[in-house]
Design a protein around this ligand. Sequence first.
Ligand code: SF4
Ligand code: SF4
Length: 400
Amino acid sequence: MLEEFKKYFWIAKAISRLALSTQKEVVVRFLTAKKKYLPDGKTKAHVDDILKCALCPNMCRFDCPVLQAAKSETYAPAGRARIAYLLEMGRVSSQDAVDLMYACAACSACQQWCPFDFSVDDLLIGVRRDLVDRNLAPEMLMGIRDQIVNSHTIYQNSRTSLGLEPREADILYVAGCTVLNKERVIAQTTMKILEKVGIAVTTLPEEWCCGAPLNLLGFENDFKEFAARNADIIEKSGCKKMICSCPECVYTFKDVYAEAGFPVKADVMHTSEYFLELIEQGKIQLKELNKDLVYHDPCVLARKLHIIEQPRRVLEAIPGVSVREPPLTREHTRCCGIGGLLAMTNPELSVTLLRARDSELCELADTVVTACPACKIAFKRTRNSESRDLSEIVFESMNQ
Ligand code: SF4
Ligand code: SF4
């Protein structure tokens, strides 16, 4: 309070020099001005924060991959915030303005520079919730919502389990929709690693999507239903520890569920953290593997979960493996183009992002290793060489 007072003391001094009637007018204006710029009704978006972002000097623009791909200031983080503000105030309602609210990779690169610690994708979630409430969400996104709500996963003709019988175990493995439907090898190698070191692990009879796409797209009520169901079924599994291969699932189960009022009653870990724990306990024995790799930090793993060292330490523990670092690495990593459902909402931008990141990695090694099934899939699309998950490298090394 004293600090606040000191900060604004110069204003008080300046006002005190004015005539008494003017002083009163200035104080009233100072206290009410902000209201003029905020919407009258209630919104789900934090318009006050969006306004700060819209008026900011915008240093984050140099790190936003979507702006770099789109080459238009409208796509700058603050550009999107300005349009978001106008949408919230009801001053624009064009389809282009609405579509812009989804042209974000949810990569949080902007947050690295932000004086307010904003990630624009977090600000946009509230805007999208308001668009859903106003029936302005694009038709295509309603289709994605219906697919998830009806099939419990984002993929069509989908699978929602690994087909294993639940059993008594200390560890619950939740694969996530992408692993179950597109990268089952990640689940298979993870289960084999744990079996090989004698850890009893179980799976859910039917996995529902963690709900991250529903949350990202602003379908708040549907997301809450998924969160309530999943938190309940995880608790009923009786496992006190739960591991997932997908960073987005870990972030959603661990942080977003808690914020939404459905905390998961288990210690949620990413596989890279758990593998490191097992290596340090001497349970996972790694053998020589002569490989040159480049490690790609998945945005959510590095920037939302701050899991940066663990996957590196796992790779460094493998004799013979040499790990290269791309120029944009760790918390300054660059999105693979799949983040924030960009591949669905704006495929062209997504491919441009992917090509940019892939060419940076290709220069360093033939094999890119990552710790996210979506990133692995992305790099498989453009790479002529290998794209592997951390679990596959660990398993390969154990079986030398
Ligand atoms: S995200 Fe932060 S740094 Fe970027 S424009 Fe918005 S307020 Fe400014
Ligand atoms: S989250 Fe990523 S894509 Fe979205 S505005 Fe921030 S830097 Fe740009």
